[in-house]
Design a protein around this ligand. Structure first.
Ligand code: ADP
Length: 626
């Protein structure tokens, strides 16, 4: 039969993998065992949900056989098998589309585990084998098929003979090289330890032939070698084990085995609940966001088991959106095996479980924040944005749950601070939580509007993420302290807000401000003397609910409605610019109009807004130079 080519993206990916300097080549064992176990779960599930099939647990096992002479490693399962089409589809396409791009983007990242991330599990065998052969007979099918490949140059797919339903995979293990001892994958003792390490809790027996030496019959000192079939895994699922017997490493191995993520989880929680509802759960907080996390392709959910049997790979009902990053599983004796997706949504037990899980996750995150700040910061880099969406979503319904988990950058040290930390170090005379928005910390720091506040030693939250200000608006206050923007018309500071001279100045120069407003037409909501400026001549302040930063963000969105912030042009009346304005108003109306326009454009530039007519702006500057 003609050789078939891998789909082009797969080919490149496979090439990358074969030649990758991936250090944990041994994980191919974990991957193959996991596939075998899944295939048997599928049979079990079929038996439980249709009456056509009897399931006798004794018939389900995984066998590993090695042969040093012909350098083969064989893994045989009695699972559901694959049809010809399935062999072609499942083994002809390595990864979901888009993964190669991701791989290339992230190549710089060290220790990057492409294998776990994209379910290219089966292909990990090419890291240790020159040739891979998969013989499979699908449940309900008369024929068996054989798939063989030597790697990236393609594969063949032919009919073959195989008696039992299931899959048999044969790897021809590579010859040793200077850097790599491939012989270890043919050594039964070593393999046994690897199976224990990675796959101990697989619920089906993993059987190996282990050489043992026994006394020769009738002899006292002569030994003979024979092969003994041993079940090498304990078969107790990790979540049924006693927490005290498990090490962090066991949980980490389980996390990789399950393909929950390619990172190391930051934290895990192992829960056993007795009482009205009974369940075991293992929850993981990942360190890094999966590449599709912030896209609509990402599917949240926990695995759902009913008394040890996997009934759903991903039950989204178990996780609220704001904690959609959590990975793990729930096993409950109280759930029916035959529960359908539709029923699941209304299941009372499941609702209770998911409420409990939400509480547990909150508890874990808070404890991380309090006890391991460095790890929490890492977590927050990856998933903070999701927590902020959570505040904003559903009209702020979850803000009480989430607000103490938030972090923002602040003017102090430009590090992330929690709102509790912020409030605790507020000076006595400060009444509000101040915030400033902008594209970057550097840009915010230079905003003229922050001067007076920083002078008073007030800390300012620096909101650099698009979602930040929306979240803050929904929060409105935290521990009874209101949030206040540095561009707000009322900064809530007695001696700044109620400057008598200011009132006088307004009164005296009513005409000047009104004229400026007329010149700027509908571009500004108002022109006023500033309370917050110290060294700079102008800035924008904000009336109304939509801030300038929000205007920018909303207008960038596709099909976004054009929204406008009510901009107030503030003039620093203690600055020389004010004298110039007054003089021009008296002597030269043209100059006055020119100054007004230039000041307005400057305020726009400071805010990072574009100028309506850059050519006119350039000409205006030129006119000023004359
Ligand atoms: P993943 O297991 O993450 O989906 P793999 O590349 O390991 O990715 O396997 C691809 C698919 O091939 C599996 O989803 C499964 O449908 C099928 N498969 C692999 N191994 C077996 C097996 N031993 N028995 C039945 N199907 C298998």
């Amino acid at each position: 039969m003609a050789k078939k080519q891998f789909k082009s993206e797969s080919k490149r990916l496979l090439d990358l993998m074969i030649h990758s300097i991936y250090t944990h080549k041994e994980i191919f064992i974990r991957e193959l065992i996991s596939n075998a176990s899944d295939a048997m779960d599928k049979m079990y599930y079929k038996a439980l949900t249709t009456d056509k099939l009897d399931f006798n647990k004794d018939n389900y096992k995984i066998k590993i056989i090695t042969n040093k002479e012909d350098r083969t490693f064989k893994i045989i399962d009695t699972g559901i098998g694959m049809t010809k089409e399935e062999l072609d589809k499942n083994l002809g396409t390595i990864a979901k589309s888009g993964s190669l791009n991701f791989k290339e983007e992230n190549d710089a990242q060290e220790g990057y585990d492409i294998i776990g991330q994209f379910g290219v599990g089966f292909y990990s065998s090419f890291m240790v084998a020159d040739e891979v052969m998969v013989k499979s007979k699908a449940y309900g099918s008369e024929e068996a098929y054989c798939w063989t490949s030597k790697g990236a140059d393609g594969y063949t797919l032919d009919i073959c003979s195989k008696e039992d339903v299931g899959t048999e995979i044969t790897l021809t293990i590579k010859e040793n090289t200077e850097d790599e001892n491939y012989d270890t994958y043919l050594n039964p003792y070593h393999l046994k330890s690897l199976v224990k390490k990675y796959s101990d809790f697989i619920r089906y027996p993993i059987i190996m032939e282990i050489p043992v030496s026994n006394l020769k019959e009738g002899s006292k000192d002569e030994f003979e070698e024979s092969l003994e079939e041993q079940t090498v895994n304990s078969m107790v699922p990790i979540w049924r084990k006693n927490k005290n017997e498990l090490k962090d490493e066991d949980y980490e191995n389980f996390y990789s085995e399950k393909h929950y993520g390619f990172d190391k989880p930051i934290k895990h929680a192992h829960i056993s609940v007795e009482g009205a509802i009974r369940y075991n759960a293992i929850l993981f907080i990942p360190e890094k966001a999966p590449y599709d996390y912030y896209t609509k392709d990402y599917e949240k959910g926990l695995e759902l088991y009913s008394n040890g049997v996997l009934i759903m790979h991903r039950a989204p009902e178990l996780l609220p959106d704001h904690f959609s990053f959590v990975k793990g599983l729930v096993d409950s004796e109280d759930l029916s095996l035959n529960i359908s997706r539709e029923m699941l949504q209304h299941d009372r037990q499941l609702k209770l479980i998911s409420k409990n899980i939400e509480k547990q996750i909150k508890k874990e995150l808070l404890s991380l924040l309090k006890n391991n700040r460095e790890a929490y910061d890492k977590f927050y880099e990856s998933f903070g944005r999701q927590l902020k969406y959570g505040i904003y979503a559903d009209y702020g319904m979850n803000k009480d749950l989430l607000s103490d988990l938030l972090l923002f950058y602040s003017s102090k040290d430009k590090k992330l601070v929690s709102l509790d930390e912020y409030i605790e170090r507020m000076p006595d005379d400060q009444n509000f939580i101040y915030y400033a928005t902008g594209e970057s910390l550097e840009k915010i720091e230079k905003l003229p509007q922050t001067e007076q506040l920083l002078d008073r030693n007030y800390e300012i939250l620096y909101l650099v993420d698009d979602i930040d200000e929306f979240a803050v608006k929904v929060l409105t206050n935290y521990r009874e302290k209101e949030f206040r923007s540095v561009t707000s018309n009322d900064l809530g500071i007695e001696d700044l807000d109620n400057k008598e001279e200011l009132e006088e100045e307004i009164e005296k120069n009513k005409d000047l401000f009104a004229k400026m407003k007329t010149i700027l037409d509908d571009k500004v909501f108002d022109v006023r003397p500033s309370k917050r400026l110290k060294n700079h001549p102008v800035c924008f302040a904000n009336d109304g609910d939509i801030s300038i930063e929000m205007e920018k963000i909303l207008n960038q969105m596709p099909n976004g409605q054009q929204v406008k912030a009510d901009k107030v042009l503030e003039i620093n009346i203690e600055h020389k610019v004010f004298d110039a304005l007054k003089a021009a108003l008296k002597d030269n109306e043209d100059d006055f109009a020119l100054y007004t326009k230039v000041l307005y454009d400057q305020a726009r530039l400071i805010e990072g807004l574009s100028i309506d007519d850059p050519v006119e702006f350039a000409d205006n500057i030129w006119k000023l130079m004359k």
